[in-house]
Design a protein around this ligand. Structure first.
Ligand code: DX5
Ligand code: ZN
Length: 226
């Protein structure tokens, strides 16, 4: 089943609780929280404090995407704040296997993230230890960027690698996902779709979630972005 993870990066923070309630009611499966430190990516966002407020606003699992250097320092704080899933970039930590186990020991599902230029080989040897792989289909740092179409081929290769190494691992995709791209990424193997501007950039975020669910359920094979 395809699941939607709205990214609050594009939400109206003056009405955060209301916007989270709208996407939850519309059928979203997670709330995606983008944590940026101004070093690993050229933007600054939020910390555990906001995750605590998101926790109070929803019962959905909180999917925390750490775009920060040395994530080991903060895993405990995010888990304590209410994160349920935590993902890290392999370039941001010296010992990815240890970091993944820190996440699991903190009681969260562990994910590893691939940037557009990061080869699959970077995460191959931890596939036995993770719950999901997050494939970036834009360079991380900002919402509203254009989907990189080479991500479709990478998704297919990731799907095959996971089939061989650990079929339990789920595939999440993040960046430039909207009604035009949803069908193609699902056809290529994505199971969890992150979307920021395509949901919170719309006048009615609840309706936007439903439109995305519909688009994701009707894959346009070899269609719009292939
Ligand atoms: C980008 C973030 C994304 C971002 C996606 O670094 O990881 O989660 O919110 O935004 P859209 O869906 O607008 O591309
Ligand atoms: Zn993200």
């Amino acid at each position: 089943m395809v699941e939607i993870a709205p990214s609050i990066l594009s939400a109206d923070f003056t009405r955060l609780g209301e916007q989270i309630a709208a996407v939850e009611q519309a059928g979203a499966s997670y709330i995606h929280v983008d944590v940026m430190d101004g070093h690993f990516v050229p933007n600054l966002t939020l910390g555990p404090f906001i995750v605590e407020w998101v926790r109070r606003a929803t019962n959905l699992p909180i999917d925390t995407h750490l775009m920060i250097e040395d994530p080991d320092k903060f895993i405990g704080a995010f888990a304590k704040a209410g994160a349920n899933l935590i993902s890290v970039h392999p370039e941001a930590t010296y010992h990815l296997h240890r970091t993944v186990h820190f996440i699991r020991d903190a009681g969260c599902q562990a994910g590893v993230v691939l940037n557009p230029a990061t080869p699959l080989a970077m995460i191959e040897d931890v596939l036995a230890d993770v719950n999901y792989v997050l494939l970036m289909s834009v360079n991380p740092g900002f919402g509203g960027q254009k989907f990189i179409s080479a991500s479709l081929d990478k998704l297919r290769r990731l799907r095959e690698l996971i089939r061989q190494r650990n079929p339990q691992v789920r595939i999440e995709i993040d960046g430039g996902i909207g009604v035009e791209t949803a069908g193609d990424v699902v056809a290529a193997g994505a199971e969890i779709l992150v979307a920021g501007s395509a949901i919170f950039g719309q006048p009615d975020p609840g309706q936007a979630v439903q439109a995305l669910i519909r688009a994701a359920s009707v894959p346009i094979r070899g269609g719009a972005v292939a």
